[in-house]
Design a binder for this molecule. Structure first.
Ligand SMILES: C[S@@+](CC[C@H](N)C(=O)[O-])C[C@H]1O[C@@H](n2cnc3c(N)ncnc32)[C@H](O)[C@@H]1O
Length: 314
């Protein structure tokens, strides 16, 4: 197999490509629930699988489809627009057999780099951050409409921010005087609370927290993972790459629970459940990238890949 960066494009450089392909070996039809630039899909197509590439960003579908066609490997590929958190609402997936499902969570590099998409803290960028541009709520609206409790929770849980409540109060104080519209409005509030020396690291972390809220990334994953599991054919594999500790926790806890035979509450004296695990954990601690991959693709540093196989007889 080629080295991982062979599958990189101007849109995105995929991580852990060989590891993903190895875990999905033997799966005939795979749903790539985060098509992005089509890097993982390209590798899976080359390995002989059929791939349904799903993304909620129509621009990603267009770019990936053109790229796979140009490479002459689109014969076993189908592009579908939709959200993997609610695949039951996607007519094109109804009744389809899925032997493998891949989620490579978060956003593509191009989405982040394109100022018009509004993810960046660079000066003057409109606060947008929607992966799906037809979604009504953008980042500016989220910052203007969320109450103190919601702002605090998101900055604490998704942004790991100890001064989350102060930041929430600062945003509310500022938005009463001047509506939030551009990156500078949020940067100004962060600086006011974290101090003038706060810089790109803090902005990136707290802008990411807003992005996670605007796209409901943690809530959506928590709601959608079980549906994805139930759509797997017997013996099928669900593989998820997470970059954020909150996402990884959801995946880890779900995969552990689904691999446990007894699901009775821990204090219950006698087992009363069917006592059969729904499947098997394939990656005990999660797979991380090697230093050689991280050297070529720094984004790989925070990636953790976990996989789970549905029981054969289930
Ligand atoms: C990290 S990128 C995937 C990159 C891809 N693996 C590649 O090789 O280029 C994540 C992609 O998933 C999409 N995405 C994120 N959450 C989604 C969701 N809930 N449903 C559908 N697509 C989603 C984003 O729009 C983005 O294009």
């Amino acid at each position: 197999m080629s080295t991982p960066l062979t599958y990189a494009s101007a849109w995105h450089a995929p991580v852990l490509v060989e590891e993903v392909c190895s875990l999905l070996t033997g799966c005939e039809t795979i749903l790539d629930g985060t098509l992005g630039g089509g890097g993982h899909t390209a590798a899976l197509l080359e390995a002989g699988h059929r791939v349904i590439g799903l993304d909620r960003d129509p621009a990603a579908l267009e770019v990936a489809t053109a790229r796979l066609q140009a490479a002459g490997i689109a014969g076993r590929f189908e592009a579908v627009l939709g959200n993997h958190d609610a695949i039951e609402e996607i007519p094109a997936l109804e009744g389809r057999r899925l032997d493998g499902i891949l989620l490579d969570l978060g956003v593509s590099s191009r989405q982040l780099d394109d100022d018009a998409r509004g993810f960046s803290f660079r000066p003057g960028v409109l606060l947008d951050m929607r992966m799906n541009p037809t979604q009504p709520l953008d980042a500016a609206a989220w910052l203007m409409e969320s109450d103190a409790a919601t702002l605090t929770r998101i900055f604490r849980e998704a942004g790991d921010e100890p001064r989350a409540a102060r930041l929430a109060a600062e945003i509310i104080r500022r938005r009463e005087r001047h509506p939030f519209a551009v990156s500078d409005d949020l940067v100004g509030a962060i600086r006011a609370v974290l101090g003038a020396r706060s810089g790109p690291g803090e902005f990136a972390r707290l802008f990411q927290a807003v992005r996670i809220a605007v796209n409901d990334e943690l809530g959506g994953l928590a709601r959608g993972l079980e549906t994805l599991r139930d759509r797997l054919a017997p013996g099928g594999v669900l593989a998820v790459i997470a970059y954020h500790s909150g996402e990884d926790r959801i995946v880890k806890q779900s995969f552990r629970a689904w691999s446990t035979a007894c699901t009775c509450p821990p204090r219950q004296p006698m087992c009363t459940c069917p006592g059969v695990a729904a499947g098997t954990l394939l990656t005990r601690r999660g797979v991380v990238a090697l230093e050689t991959e991280i050297a070529g693709n720094p984004r790989a540093r925070s990636a953790r890949l976990r996989a789970w196989r549905r029981a054969e007889g289930d």
